[in-house]
Design a binder for this molecule. Structure first.
Ligand SMILES: CC(C)(COP(=O)(O)OP(=O)(O)OC[C@H]1O[C@@H](n2cnc3c(N)ncnc32)[C@H](O)[C@@H]1OP(=O)(O)O)[C@@H](O)C(=O)NCCC(=O)NCCS
Length: 270
């Protein structure tokens, strides 16, 4: 990750927390990337005792007993396309805020890293949470920087995430993706979409080659992602209620000409 960008973002978040919580001085913010589990020839190895993570609000996973099952629940298509012979790794990115004698957990993000049968390596974002007390301070953008760095260091070809269009926090969750050149992605099916009319927006960040998509809104406005992501953000913000529901469709354009494919490093089980 570009260290200067990370430090600048962290400083901005600290300023916002100081202002919203009326603190006498700037709090200190720390993020850590922890390898929680991986599978290898010996089977699944876990570093985190199940149940130790206690910061998630009701309705969200705070512990996993079967990481592959969670991937199946959340990313039905990636799970079906995954090469079961290849090792996977699960990371927990944690976020802590310290001020004076107090250090609290302010949020976290779970990432699942696996390999498809095509050889492409992916990072699927399982859950992102910022605790209520620390919301609207840009912390999900800070977590996003860690997420991108982790996927890059794990040699991933792409990061995949999705958001429900009726999530009341839709803008706060999609904007950090768009600012980090994620593309809105067509043709992905979430398990629930097979039974309902949809209501999900899927995104990918490709490291190389970059693939562009067209995003068409219900009012007919059309933008190219990721090059016009700033315009997409501006357009989304003109809709007061459930902006994600204003996206009519997304069309793929394929790999951008001239981009060279990245070599994939795959760790095979022996
Ligand atoms: C979704 C969630 C993680 C967002 O976290 P957050 O740290 O409060 O996010 P913020 O509100 O600070 O917004 C993140 C970015 O979006 C921008 N943004 C959000 N709403 C905006 C608006 N109306 N106009 C302009 N920018 C906006 C912020 O400015 C920030 O960008 P920046 O860091 O570049 O300044 C948090 O609300 C949460 O945990 N919700 C419950 C769980 C959840 O829904 N998780 C997602 C499941 S997929």
């Amino acid at each position: 990750m570009d260290r200067a960008t990370y430090i600048k973002k962290r400083e901005e978040c600290a300023q916002k927390i100081r202002a919203t919580q009326d603190l006498a001085s700037l709090p200190e913010i720390t993020t850590t990337q922890r390898l929680v589990a991986y599978d290898d020839a010996e089977g699944l190895r876990e570093f985190e005792r199940v149940g130790e993570i206690t910061v998630s609000p009701p309705g969200y996973y705070s512990m996993f007993t079967d990481y592959a099952q969670v991937l199946k629940d959340e990313y039905f298509q990636l799970f079906s396309d995954m090469n079961p012979e290849d090792a996977y790794r699960t990371y927990l990115i944690t976020l802590r805020v310290s001020h004076g004698q107090e250090t609290v957990s302010a949020g976290f993000k779970w990432d699942f890293i696996g390999t498809l049968r095509t050889g492409e390596r992916f990072c699927a974002i399982l859950h992102t949470i910022v605790k209520r007390r620390f919301r609207k301070c840009g912390l999900s953008s800070l977590l996003k920087l860690d997420e991108v760095e982790l996927a890059r260091s794990e040699n991933c070809d792409f990061i995949q995430t999705f958001h429900e269009t009726d999530n009341p926090h839709f803008s706060s969750i999609i904007i950090p993706n768009l600012k980090n050149r994620f593309v809105l992605h067509p043709g992905i099916k979430h398990k629930d979409e097979l039974h309902t009319k949809g209501g999900f927006v899927h995104l990918r960040k490709y490291f190389a080659p970059i693939r562009n998509t067209d995003v068409i809104f219900k009012d007919g406005t059309r933008f190219e992602s990721p090059d016009q992501n700033s315009e997409i953000i501006r357009h989304l913000l003109t809709f007061k209620h459930f902006p994600g529901k204003q996206i009519a469709r997304i069309e793929g354009r394929g790999p951008r000409a001239g981009a060279s494919p990245k070599s994939v490093i795959i760790s095979k089980k022996t």
